[in-house]
Unconditional design. Sequence first.
Length: 601
Amino acid sequence: MPLLTSISRLISRRYVSPIASHRLAGSRSITTTGLAALPRTRLFEAIKSHDPESTAVIHSLSGRRFSYGSLLRDVAAAKQRLANDSGRDAEALQGERVAFLVENSYDYVVTLLAILGTNAIAVPLSPAFPSGELRYILDQSGACMLAASSKFATKADDVLSGELENKPILSQWEKIMEGIKVTEDVVLEDMKEEKGGMMLYTSGTTNRPKGVLLPQSTLMAQAKSLSEAWHYSPNDHFLHVLPLHHIHGTVNALLTPLLAGSTIEFLFPFTVDSVWSRLAAPFLENTPSKKPITFFTVVPTIYNRLLQSHKTLSPELQAATKEALDPKNMRLNISGSAALPTPTKQAWTELSNGNVLLERYGMTEVGMALSCGLANEDRVDGSVGWPLPSVEARLVDLDTKEIIQPGEELDTNGKERSGEIQLRGPTIFKEYWNNPTATAKEFTEDGFFKTGDVAVRRNVPSAGKGASGEWAQGPMYFILGRLSADIIKVGGEKVSALEVEREMLSIPAIAECAVVGLPSETWGQKVAAVVVLSEQGRTAGKGGKAFGPMDLRRGLKDRLAPFKIPQDLKLADSIPRNAMGKINKKQLVIQVFGAPDGIQK
């Protein structure tokens, strides 16, 4: 194949601009024979076993559909494309890091699977990140390639024009499989050694982001665990509106549905109105025929935005969306990545005719670890349920460092014992990339990962009786928050910031809040809060004034012990959150309260 060889040599000798690489790759269509091979992994075996005519991916706005049969062929073509652009054969890319900037679309799915099919490590990048942050990820991961769709050509150019220790080769295209056409059936071949997977970068709230290496076997263990607990099936139709550089959007709403043969519909870019319109479409007259959405998983901020906007919809849309959310149509709605406020959960249940949001707990390093069950009685307010199938979880007492054994959830005085959640099993990440010190620090000698999150276990009489499966039995986990940011120690008492926030959000005057700890000479720490007022809250205080500290204390006095009620209150127009709805509380404290003694910048 002299043309392929000449292209590879040309690209390997120098940096190729987006325009030049596009013209090179698109100048001629190349038909492959004998190259339609992918590794025999659980994911590719599953995709190959699905009905080739069934729909794998839909672009919501255009209505374009892509079948499971075409997906395999396009992944094989894209695998060859990556090899061509790298100047190597596909085998030489095994274990290498391949970064990519691609919008939420069929091309994203093909790119990710092509990297996995090359037995390389996929490093998804967020186009919302500043170029300097993306350069850090490229350098830290040692990426040999940056694959970019034409939509992000300018962004990729800007990233590569800056200072980099090792500049990766740019592979830029309109369609990653353009110019290459696979004509024969895709075959699966045994791998000698697993070297591929995915590397996601942590949010970096205390230090620079760390690369979390998730081998393919780990990704599939996470997907298998979720599929068993949440019953993914070929009948499921997902509406995907999440970022794809996070574990939630990639494993929960992409890889696991592909493993199960579900349909994934990308709605990009996300707007509240577009979500309501898509949900309503199957239940409106004179609209294109679309299937009901059966599976919806997003973060609490999106549920809040949907709820706030629903009353502004036309009567026809309001009726259609309520029908769409009804349990008989939407099989499962899940909330995660941040704590779910009780008022949000209640309002969604009322709007959807009893469709209770399912809460779960996870993080980049472990995928999903704990979850409430499918049975409504196993979706307990404030709880994240039980360890998912194949996940081993334990609590380690914060004071004594002893493992809190089953039945030992209360101390001798009958007080709940809180502990750090520690996890072990096939769903746990392998390592922090090129950071053995951090990896060793976060694992115990017996192989448990120290999450840094604190919880209690409680017996709930109405739940945990196996209605959702054998895994969903016994005492349930209730998250108190991050050990470093959400556990506030007031005069020897531990206060959960999440508990206080949940109660504060039950006050109609409060639209958003964040509870933090501030240094106190008397108590060690004191509870403080940053609050965004609702429209009602702006005139809800005594005498028609804006809601203030005394109003907050009056609203919480019958809900919380006095030492848990915030002593300091700051009003704000908004509270900064990342794409997954999380708040960097250490930065928030500095921004709102300054940097008093005892708070590290």
